[in-house]
Design a protein around this ligand. Structure first.
Ligand code: ARG
Length: 576
């Protein structure tokens, strides 16, 4: 409804179709008008005609009277389109009345499983897990807002051979000692010590081997000890999730171990389908199209030569479970780019086996790495992986200092604002980067009050709220007066068009699985607001109608910023 650009595009498409079926209008925002359609130029070239004539034919065929005030052909054959003020005002007024701010739900909601975060038990989450958690969470929020039925699944690494070693180490240090260590979140310390002891002692290695067997055969005491490790880790991960303010919780855990019982049938069904090949004692599938550097076919190992099932078998079982039991129409895997081949092979095998039926889509939502100042993988000073919970604490501490230094003192709520700003800064730095790209983790840049940062957007939002709280603004309806907003001034108009683009930005996040589109949209919106606020006085405007109209624009800007940030999982305090 609110997306005037889409309306314009659709009308132009119809007109271009008349001239040449399927031709693209190539619509862009423009400095000369509201929008410009450049499609007549490539079309003229294709048809061997004069571009201005093609443009004239398009304009003649176009039905734009109710939405455009002027449609002009300029230069070599551009079509400049200026929307009718009344149309923009009416659409904006509709957005102002809509709790969804113009973002209609999708026509056909899909049940979507989002596999994200997925840290490994008794191991510190690394920054890759941080990225996956932030991106996955934003996607869950956006898809949920658009009406999809979102099922979050945290595919915790909670099974496999290392657990023999970890359980024996737990027994050696004493259960309560181990719990103590894990409960303060020293997962890496525990893992490192276990590893060092394992490397140093043949006896421990032997016990670990036996322990894995006991674990796999369901020995009651071994399972109890395993559960201690899992529970303590989940408690720590949940701590990180709470600090981070993500939707993910203990109920969303669907760890690797949850699929254990399904693994034998994964193998036997692949066998029955004639897809299994024995290679060096392991049972594998060779999906067509996957080769190593030498050009040899690549195996997806489903069962190792010792009979154990691996990571791939579990992923295959989880695909079946998500399709058959959960009933998902779409599976999203928010997992780092290094696992692209693994996931592509799992999807390919699932297709071959008929486990991903027509109409069910599986997508690897891959993302790049977080780098340190040296442009290598972000590490702590000791060269170890960064402890996430301390990283988040540091974000909040630094934000507190930044907020204090900026002289913006939100009386009484400094701690809450610091939390919103610190965590928001970490999230926005991540989400505003195109997902497939790497980025450098830089405290100063992400916490700056200007530029593409959370603090800039949060401050823009809080400033508008404070304008709306002023007595003269309250007297004029604080942006809630039922007026048709005026969009005559260029800055009013630019802000209005930006506001009407919210729906398109939110939809693009869902269609392209790209939170960065919304992140940059919000930055553009805040910039448009700043320009508007500098050139279009609100309280000093002579007429009541202008004051009400400008307050409406301001209120909508604040509402869209707050909702947009919320969809990214970022808080927007009302004052700061
Ligand atoms: N636990 C894995 C890791 O830390 C990530 C799991 C991703 N999800 C999946 N279904 N494979 O690398």
């Amino acid at each position: 409804m609110a997306d005037v650009r889409r309306v314009l595009e659709a009308r132009l498409r119809t007109a271009f179709d008349v001239v040449s079926p399927g031709a693209d209008p190539v619509l862009r925002p423009s400095d000369h008008a509201d929008f410009q359609a450049n499609g007549a130029l490539p079309l003229a070239r294709a048809l061997g005609r004069e571009p201005r004539e093609v443009a004239a034919d398009v304009v003649a065929a176009a039905d734009l009277d109710d939405v455009c005030a002027s449609v002009e052909i300029s230069g070599p054959g551009f079509v400049n389109l200026t929307l009718a003020d009344s149309y923009v005002a009416a659409e904006l007024a509709a957005v102002a009345r809509d709790v969804r701010l113009g973002v209609a739900p999708v026509a056909e909601p899909r049940r979507t499983v989002v596999d994200y975060s997925a840290p490994n038990v008794a191991k510190e989450m690394h920054v890759g897990h941080l990225r996956g958690t932030i991106i996955g969470d934003a996607l869950c929020r956006v898809l949920g807002f658009l009406g999809d039925e979102v099922v979050r699944e945290n595919h915790l690494g909670d099974w496999g051979t290392p657990f023999g070693m970890l359980i024996e180490h737990l027994v050696d240090v004493g259960e309560s000692e181990a719990v103590e260590e894990l409960s303060v979140g020293d997962l890496d310390g525990f893992y490192r010590d276990a590893r060092a002891a394992f490397d140093a002692s043949e006896d421990l290695r032997e016990r670990s081997r036996r322990r894995v067997v006991a674990l796999q055969s369901g020995d009651v005491e071994t399972l109890r000890l395993w559960r201690v490790l899992v529970a303590e880790s989940v408690r720590y991960f949940d701590d990180v999730y709470r600090k981070l303010g993500v939707l993910l919780g203990p109920d969303d855990v669907a760890g690797e171990s949850a699929y254990n019982e399904m693994l034998p049938s994964v193998v036997s069904d692949l066998e029955a389908a004639g897809l299994l090949v024995e290679s060096d004692g392991a049972r594998c599938v060779f999906p067509p199209g996957f080769e190593n550097r030498e050009g040899d076919p690549l195996p997806l190992i489903v069962q190792k030569s010792d009979g154990g099932f691996g990571y791939a078998a579990t992923d295959l079982a989880s695909i079946r479970d998500r399709v058959d039991r959960v009933g998902a129409a779409r599976l999203l895997y928010v997992v780092g780019a290094p696992q692209s081949q693994h996931l592509a092979m799992c999807f390919a095998v699932a297709h071959l086996a008929g486990w991903l039926p027509e109409g069910v889509e599986a997508v690897h939502v891959a993302f790049g790495s977080v780098l340190g100042p040296d442009h290598k993988m972000l590490r702590s000073r000791a060269g170890r992986s960064v402890k996430l919970s301390s990283l988040l604490d540091e974000a909040v501490e630094r934000a507190e200092a930044t907020v204090a230094a900026s002289g913006r003192d939100p009386a009484g709520s400094r701690a809450a604002v610091a939390r919103a700003v610190g965590i928001g800064a970490v999230k926005y730095a991540d989400l505003s980067t195109e997902r497939s790209r790497d980025y450098v983790f830089d405290w100063d840049r992400m916490l700056a009050f200007d530029g593409r940062t959370a603090p800039y957007l949060q401050y823009a939002h809080a400033r508008i709220r404070s304008v709306l709280r002023r007595p003269e603004a309250v007297a004029a309806g604080a942006g809630d007066a039922p007026v048709a907003p005026s969009v005559r001034e260029p800055a009013e108009r630019a802000l209005a068009l930006e506001l009407l683009g919210f729906e398109a930005a939110v939809r693009a996040v869902a269609d392209e699985l790209a939170p960065s589109v919304l992140a940059s949209y919000l930055y553009d919106l805040a910039t448009a607001f700043t320009a508007f606020y500098e050139t279009c006085p609100i309280a000093k405007a002579p007429e009541q109608a202008t004051r009400e109209s400008r307050l409406l624009l301001a209120r909508l800007a604040a509402d869209v910023l707050a909702l947009g940030l919320d969809l990214l999982g970022i808080e927007a305090p009302d004052s700061m």
